[in-house]
Design a protein around this ligand. Structure first.
Ligand SMILES: NC(=O)C1=CN([C@@H]2O[C@H](COP(=O)(O)OP(=O)(O)OC[C@H]3O[C@@H](n4cnc5c(N)ncnc54)[C@H](OP(=O)(O)O)[C@@H]3O)[C@@H](O)[C@H]2O)[C@@H](O)CC1
Ligand SMILES: [K+]
Length: 497
């Protein structure tokens, strides 16, 4: 953000204009909130930097609209520098030290304490102020609007630096920051608005930004669609590996999801002991016997099976490791793979053995760990440095494994070895249900079977999975995600497609 800011100013846009535009956006949201609640009294908390500067300008704009505005400042105004000092000088109304401010009778607080310049944990005085503000909000149910990001949330990592404001609305500028999307930061933002303040989008291109909100713009042009002149083999053939007789449900969920994600054919490779149970529970998915690594290699001799999903219900064992190695075996044709659950955990004691396999694989590999699996497998990427986010960890994991890492959770991150990454926003809490991850694995496999590129397939699968849950709503179970996928396809392709 600082670079985008600098480039814009260097191109001739006065920095005060950016601050003025930012404040206009804040004042607009503030007056909407105030009108809704018929409130008039505003307290603006200003910090020592330009975030505080935005606060002073917003205070002036709101006062011009006849609201009753007071400003409380964390730093004496004569200690401010640059634009923040100019903004403070333009404020002629009530100004008091933040430590002494009283929330009594206030309808709305604007939090302009710290923004993207937060460089360390809040000092004790700032923490006390933030805690008082949060307590006032909880007790009175009045509103808080944060300027750029709730003060105390690290804009890059989403971590809470000592204490952080709990906002009802956050108004950010130019682009949403990773700290707004990653937990726990996301939970502090309330409703997030991103305002245009005069920074051109071309600025980003020259900066080589590689992290994106996971939205259709990212992958829609690459979404596979059935061709009029196609047949089922042109839509790919996914192979899903089943566990033993008592653990077959997970792989069946993956298999059905792969079909719904658009794979032309799906075969379940099943241990002989589980053939009957698998066959009796499936209709459009084919079932073939495959016992252990040798059996799997035999089924995989058919190179039309161009994507494999392995892990759900597989069991943690040496045999599972060998099955994964069989699935990733180097060969002349480009078979894609998605590894989940036990396919990952089986390598816990020797992750490098898995990296050798993933790095040598003939096609794209996607791994889909949740936090527990991630910690077991990527212990060295998972270190608890205050300044390393889930995004950093997923990127490191992708780099060491040479695979796309789909790090699951309420803020799922997909990272590619080349540094590209997507962050999913707004996933339904109902997705935390048995079998949900198996369905996701199947969707990835279905898209990979249709030859979608690994990072885009993984990002698209995460989005479709989340969107299905959102469309279905409360009471969701894993089967409902599969059943709702056609609705998601209709939305993505337009009703007619
Ligand atoms: N970029 C843009 O395009 C535009 C940006 N705009 C706005 O500018 C904001 C960024 O401004 P910024 O860079 O001045 O940083 P900001 O967040 O105000 O904080 C820095 C100050 O806080 C201090 N400080 C830091 N940590 C601290 C701690 N833990 N405890 C105590 N103090 C701490 C730090 O002190 P120092 O580290 O120097 O000692 C410094 O004084 C951005 O969020 C947006 O609102 C808009 O005007 C529109 C255009
Ligand atoms: K803020």
């Amino acid at each position: 953000m600082a670079r985008a800011d600098r480039m814009t100013i260097d191109s001739g846009v006065p920095s005060m204009d950016l601050m003025e535009s930012a404040a206009v956006a804040i004042a607009r949201v503030a007056s909407r909130v105030l009108q809704r609640m018929s409130g008039r009294r505003v307290l603006v908390l200003c910090g020592p930097g330009n975030n505080g500067g935005d606060g002073y300008v917003a205070a002036r704009l709101l006062r011009a609209q006849r609201y009753k505005v007071r400003v409380a400042s964390l730093a004496p105004p004569d200690r401010l520098r640059g634009d923040a000092a100019r903004a403070a000088a333009s404020w002629t109304g009530t100004l008091l030290p933040a430590q002494e401010c009283d929330f009594h009778g206030v309808d709305l607080v604007i939090d302009a304490l710290f923004g993207t310049g937060l460089a360390r944990d809040l000092d004790p005085a700032a923490q006390t102020l933030v805690n008082r503000l949060n307590q006032w909000r909880r007790e009175t149910k009045q509103s808080v609007i944060s300027v750029d990001i709730p003060s105390g949330v690290d804009g890059t990592t989403g971590a809470i630096r000592g204490a952080a404001v709990e906002a009802d609305e956050t108004v950010t500028f130019f682009r949403v920051k990773t700290g707004h999307l990653l937990l726990p930061g996301r939970t502090r933002c309330g409703r997030l608005t991103c305002a245009h303040i005069g920074i051109r989008s071309t600025t980003l291109e020259s900066m080589g930004v590689k992290a994106f909100v996971n939205a259709p713009e990212l992958w829609l042009p690459h979404l596979p669609r059935p061709r009029v002149d196609g047949h089922k083999y042109t839509r790919g053939h996914a192979l899903v590996v089943s566990g033993g007789a008592s653990f077959t449900g997970a792989a069946r969920l993956s298999a059905s999801a792969a079909l719904r994600a658009g794979a032309g054919l799906v075969t379940l490779a099943s241990p002989t002991e589980a053939l009957a149970v698998n066959a009796s529970a499936l209709t459009s998915v084919m079932v073939r016997p495959a016992d252990g690594p040798v059996g799997l290699a035999h089924v995989l001799a058919d190179e039309r099976k161009n994507a494999i999903a392995i892990g759900p219900g597989l069991g943690v064992s040496e045999a599972s490791c060998q099955q994964v190695e069989a699935a990733l075996k180097p060969q002349a044709y480009r078979r894609a793979a998605v590894l989940d659950a036990d396919a990952l955990t089986s390598f816990e004691s020797d992750p490098f053995r898995l990296w050798r396999a993933t790095r040598g694989a003939p096609g794209p590999v996607v791994m889909t760990p949740h936090a527990g699996e991630f910690a077991r497998l990527f212990a060295e990427c998972d270190g608890n440095h205050a300044n390393r986010s889930k995004l950093d960890k997923a990127r490191d994991a992708a780099r060491v494994s040479g695979a796309v890492v789909l790090y699951k959770g309420p803020d799922t991150v997909v990272a590619a070895p080349d540094g590209r990454a997507s962050i999913q926003t707004g996933a339904s809490p109902w997705l935390a249900t048995a079998g949900s991850g198996d369905v996701l694995t199947g969707i990835v496999a279905g898209l990979l079977a249709q030859r979608m590129e690994g990072f885009l397939a993984a990002s698209c699968a995460v989005w479709m999975h989340a969107r299905a849950a959102e469309q279905f709503g409360p009471g969701l179970i894993a089967d409902d995600i599969i059943a709702t996928l056609p609705q998601v396809w209709r939305e993505l392709c337009g009703e007619s497609a």
